[in-house]
Design a protein around this ligand. Structure first.
Ligand code: UDX
Length: 446
């Protein structure tokens, strides 16, 4: 019989995973403890902006016209346990306030809430990003709390989706990694992922700690690549080089590759920053702190980008930010997302504001989330509105619509034509031709 699936936690990871499993043909029940999220999802609306996700939900959410009806939602753990043969845990593991370590309370609560209802054999599959060693601890907890005892088994199956590409990454993963302790669990997971496996996604079976580590190691590597090129930007700045040309030239070396080598104001979001910190904290607990001490430097290089961008802005507007009008284009931590968690763009906007500038922000999708975090900034309905009277325009999230801006029209709106490109995706020649000064970190001024 085809296994039935539950997905616990319906954020970026869980909502996408639930919809994707329904798309792959399974009956899916999504669970969240927030009733308002469940209500939105039950109407076929994603709780966040993620390209393609609403379409997928509309195609499968039960009760919607023309849907497959394979996807429903609940807030009840008893319902989830009764429904599912496989339970995916997709709750978040944020950074603990004032600490590097991650907060495991949502994962622990999910296992503690589900386990007492597991009266028949079930496979619980962790997808959340957790400190290595968590899976072993949770497996023991599960066996202890579940009436089914050892028949309630745990596996670990990290998720590598990128926001903005979540649907694509979930349906067509570049690899499927599963940490398992039995052949039965591996067989079941192969069955669930049969479609992507048939399409060629590599399927790797490991022990639990390795599966947990694949995720944190991948994010540590990606962060390192970004901070590496941003460190080169600092050297270029000092030496008069051009980091964009440098990155391009480095990227042609196949051993290096050009991906994650885009210099700018650095990485943010709900994953990379907190994951490298949690990784350092965990290594410390394991007595391996020295092995990851370089990540402290990666983090420092990254956080310095934001300060350097504020300094470049100060210098551009004549040495003092007091009373200067600054337009900030972009608030999300990356384009095609409305996520402002640890967003470099919003962080820079906030710093400029706190240092006396009058900051007006525009973002195509993240306005509501940005306003909730930073209500004291001004917000405009369009890029052109944000630029009215500005002494400098900062391009901080590389949305497509910003590349399509007309420098002449924007030039008529501003007080002085200074454009600062924090993402290195605007064409300096085009802006300079329209009489703007174009500045970017680690690139020549003209
Ligand atoms: C990341 C990982 O890519 C994903 O595999 C993991 O599952 C979760 O964390 P995500 O947080 O969606 O995904 O963002 P990503 O696309 O990796 O970008 C992270 C940050 O790095 C963004 O702020 C982006 O602007 C920045 N970045 C990325 C750069 O500054 N330069 C680059 O070259 C690439």
């Amino acid at each position: 019989m085809t296994p039935k699936i539950t997905v616990i936690g319906t954020g970026y990871l869980g909502a996408t995973h639930a919809a994707a499993m329904a798309e792959l043909g399974f009956e899916v029940l999504g669970l969240d403890v927030l009733p308002e999220k469940i209500e939105r999802l039950s109407q076929g609306h994603s709780p966040m902006y993620e390209p393609g996700l609403d379409d997928l939900l509309q195609r499968h959410v039960a009760g919607l016209p023309g849907s497959s009806g394979r996807l429903s939602f609940t807030t009840s753990y008893a319902d989830a346990a009764a429904f599912g043969d496989v339970h995916f845990i997709c709750v978040n593991t944020p950074q603990r306030p004032g600490e590097y370590a991650c907060d495991m309370s949502y994962v622990d609560a999910a296992v503690d809430s589900l386990a007492p209802h597991l009266t028949r054999p079930a496979l619980v599959v962790g997808k959340s990003t957790v400190p290595v060693g968590s899976a072993a601890r949770l497996a023991a907890r599960l066996a202890e709390l579940a009436p089914a005892g050892e028949d309630a088994e745990l596996a670990w199956n990290p998720e590598f989706l990128r926001e903005g590409f979540a649907v694509q990454d979930t349906l067509h993963p570049d690899r499927i990694v599963v940490g398992v302790t039995s052949e039965g669990a591996e067989t079941l997971l192969r069955e669930l992922y049969a479609t992507p496996i048939a399409e060629g996604s590599p399927f790797l079976t490991t022990d639990m700690p390795t599966a947990e580590l694949v995720k944190t190691a991948a994010n540590a590597f990606l962060s390192t690549k970004i901070s590496f090129i941003n460190a080169m930007a600092e050297v270029c700045e000092a030496a008069g080089g051009d980091v964009v040309r440098l990155a391009e030239a480095l990227g042609h070396d196949e051993r290096i590759g050009r991906k994650y080598l885009r210099p700018g104001i650095g990485f943010g979001g709900g994953c990379l920053p907190k994951d490298i910190r949690a990784f350092m904290a965990r290594a410390g607990e394991l007595g391996a702190a020295e092995a990851l001490s370089f990540l402290r430097e990666i983090d420092a290089i990254n956080m310095r980008r934001r300060v350097l961008m504020v300094e470049l802005t100060r210098e551009t507007v004549g040495g003092s930010l007091l009373g200067k009008r600054v337009a900030v284009l972009g608030a999300a931590f990356k384009p095609d997302s409305d996520d402002v968690r640890d967003s470099p763009a919003l962080n820079i906007a906030g710093q400029l504001h706190l240092q006396g500038a009058e900051v007006t922000v525009y973002d195509p999708k993240a306005m509501r989330n940005a306003q909730a975090v930073f209500p004291t900034l001004r917000y405009a309905a369009t890029a052109l509105d944000a630029a009215q009277g500005a002494h400098a325009v900062l391009h901080l999230t590389e949305w497509r619509e910003f590349r399509d801006l007309d420098p002449a029209a924007l030039g008529d709106a501003v007080t002085t034509r200074h454009i600062l490109d924090g993402r290195n995706t605007l064409d300096p020649a085009v802006w300079r031709k329209a009489d703007w000064t174009y500045r970017a970190l680690g690139r020549p001024t003209a």
